[in-house]
Ligand binder design. Structure first.
Ligand code: GDP
Ligand code: MG
Length: 389
C-alpha cells in the first residue's frame, strides 16, 4: 500500500502542563513546517497543535524517516494542558480515535493528569497509550515506583493500556510509541452515513491585493467524522451560538489532506475544504465550531436534551478530595456536545437519566457522548458524562 491508501488515525495528546506533550509531538511527527508547507504556500496561518505524519516499518523498527514500508498515517492534535483550556481539551476529544497521556516520571500524577483521564473516560475514548516521560531525570527506583503509581491510577477502565517509559528529549523509546500507534484498531468510520464534517478552523487564504477574479473562497479546516464528501458537491454549513444562527449553502471547490488534493474525502485525519463562500465569512476562525453536511441533512437544533448519565465519585482537577454531589433540580450545568460547549438547566431527574434545557440549541446525535461539568468554587469541573437519548 502507498501512503495515500493507508487509513489515518486521529490521536490527541493529553497530560499536565510541562510534562512534555509538545516535545513528544515533535519527536513523533518530526516535521512541523514540512507537513504544513502547502498551507504556507496557500497563505494559511498555521495553528500549532496539528501535526500529521506517516509511520514506516523497517523489519521491527518503527520510524517516521521513511525507512521500510508505510504502515499507518497519523494526525496528531495537541491538547493544551492548562486547566483554563479544559473546554478546548473537551472539544478536541470529539475529533480523536485514540489518546496519548503524558506523565512526567519526576512529577508523577498531577490534578490535570486525573482530569484528562476523566475527560477521556467521559468521551468514551478507550484507546489510550500512557507515556511515562522524562525517565532521564529519575533514578531507576523512582521510575519503577512511578510506574506502579501509574498502574494503580489507571484503574479497571484502562488496565490494558500500555505504559511506555520514554525520554522525549533524549529520543528514548519513541519507536515503541510508534509501534503501539500502529496496533490501535481504527474504529468503524461509518463512511456510508450522512457526512458530518466538524470545522475546527476557518480562514481567508487570499493575500492582500489579489485581483478579484483570482480570489478564493473561505477555507474550512477540520475533520470528517462520518460519511464522505466529493468535489463540487453542494454543502450546508450550520452553526449556532448565543449571537448567531448560521445556515448557509455553498459548494465544495476543492479539498485537501495536507498537500494532497482530494476528489473524495473519507473520515480520518485533518482535512480542509475550499468553498465558494465569500472569504470574509470564514475569516479568523469565524466558522469554527460549525458542522458541514449535504443540504438539509443535519438534524434541526434542539433546546432540550435527555442524557443517560453517570457521575464520577469525586471531583478531579483539584488537589482536595471533594465528592460529586447528586444532580439538583434547576442547577446550571455545562455540557460538551460535539465540539461545542453549551450551558443548560436541569429540568427533570429520573434514576439514571436527566432532562436539561439548553441555553443555546445544539445539534444532537443519538448515542453521542456528552461530558458534564459543574461550577465548583468558580471553576467548571468535570463531574460525569452522559449518552444522548
Ligand atoms: P507540555 O507543556 O506538556 O507541552 O511540555 P513541553 O513539551 O513544552 O516540555 C516542557 C519542558 O520539559 C521543556 O523544557 C522540555 O524541554 C522538557 N522535556 C520534555 N521532555 C523531556 C524529557 O524527556 N526529559 C527532560 N529532561 N526534559 C524534557
Ligand atoms: Mg505544550
Amino acid at each position: 500500500m502507498t501512503e495515500k491508501e493507508l487509513e489515518t488515525i486521529n490521536i490527541g495528546m493529553f497530560g499536565h502542563i510541562d510534562h512534555g506533550k509538545t516535545t513528544l509531538l515533535q519527536k513523533l511527527s518530526g516535521k512541523w513546517t514540512d507537513t504544513h508547507s502547502e498551507e504556507i504556500k496557500r497563505g494559511i496561518t498555521i495553528k500549532l497543535g496539528y501535526a500529521d505524519t506517516t509511520i514506516y516499518k523497517d523489519k521491527d523498527f518503527y520510524n517516521i524517516e521513511k525507512k521500510g514500508i508505510p504502515v499507518r498515517n497519523v494526525s496528531f492534535i495537541d491538547c493544551p494542558g492548562h486547566e483554563m483550556l479544559m473546554t478546548t481539551t473537551l472539544s478536541g476529544a470529539a475529533l480523536i480515535d485514540a489518546a496519548i497521556l503524558v506523565i512526567a516520571a519526576n512529577e508523577g500524577i498531577k490534578p490535570q493528569t486525573r482530569e484528562h483521564l476523566m475527560t477521556l473516560q467521559a468521551k468514551k475514548i478507550t484507546n489510550l497509550i500512557i507515556v511515562q516521560n522524562k525517565i532521564d531525570l529519575v533514578e531507576k527506583e523512582v521510575a519503577k515506583k512511578n510506574y506502579e503509581e501509574i498502574k494503580n491510577f489507571l484503574g479497571k477502565e484502562y488496565e490494558n493500556s500500555k505504559i511506555i517509559p520514554v525520554s522525549a528529549q533524549q529520543n528514548v523509546n519513541i519507536d515503541l510509541i510508534l509501534k503501539e500507534i500502529t496496533e490501535i484498531q481504527i474504529p468503524d468510520r461509518k463512511a456510508k452515513e450522512t457526512p458530518i464534517f466538524i470545522v475546527a478552523r476557518s480562514f481567508d487564504i487570499n493575500r492582500p491585493g489579489t485581483i478579484p477574479k483570482n480570489l478564493k473562497g473561505s477555507v474550512l479546516g477540520g475533520s470528517l467524522k462520518q460519511g464522505t464528501l466529493k468535489e463540487n458537491e453542494e454543502i450546508e454549513i450550520r452553526k449556532i451560538t448565543q449571537k448567531e444562527n448560521i445556515k448557509i449553502k455553498t459548494k465544495i471547490v476543492s479539498m485537501y489532506k495536507g498537500s494532497e488534493k482530494l476528489k473524495e474525502m473519507f473520515p480520518g485525519g485533518s482535512t480542509s475544504i475550499e468553498t465558494e463562500l465569500d472569504m470574509s465569512l470564514g475569516k479568523a476562525d469565524a466558522l469554527s465550531g460549525s458542522l458541514v453536511s449535504h443540504i438539509e441533512k443535519l438534524p434541526e437544533p434542539q433546546s432540550k436534551i435527555t442524557l443517560k448519565f453517570t457521575l464520577f465519585p469525586k471531583v478531579f482537577g483539584i488537589s482536595d478530595h471533594v465528592e460529586v454531589e447528586k444532580l439538583k433540580q434547576g442547577e446550571l450545568l455545562m455540557l460538551s456536545i460535539n465540539t461545542s460547549i453549551t450551558g443548560g438547566a436541569v429540568s427533570l431527574i429520573k434514576e439514571d437519566s436527566v432532562h436539561i434545557d439548553l441555553k443555546v440549541p445544539a445539534f444532537l446525535f443519538k448515542n453521542d457522548n456528552v461530558a458534564i461539568a459543574r461550577n465548583i468554587n468558580n471553576h467548571w469541573r468535570l463531574i460525569g458524562y452522559g449518552e444522548i437519548c
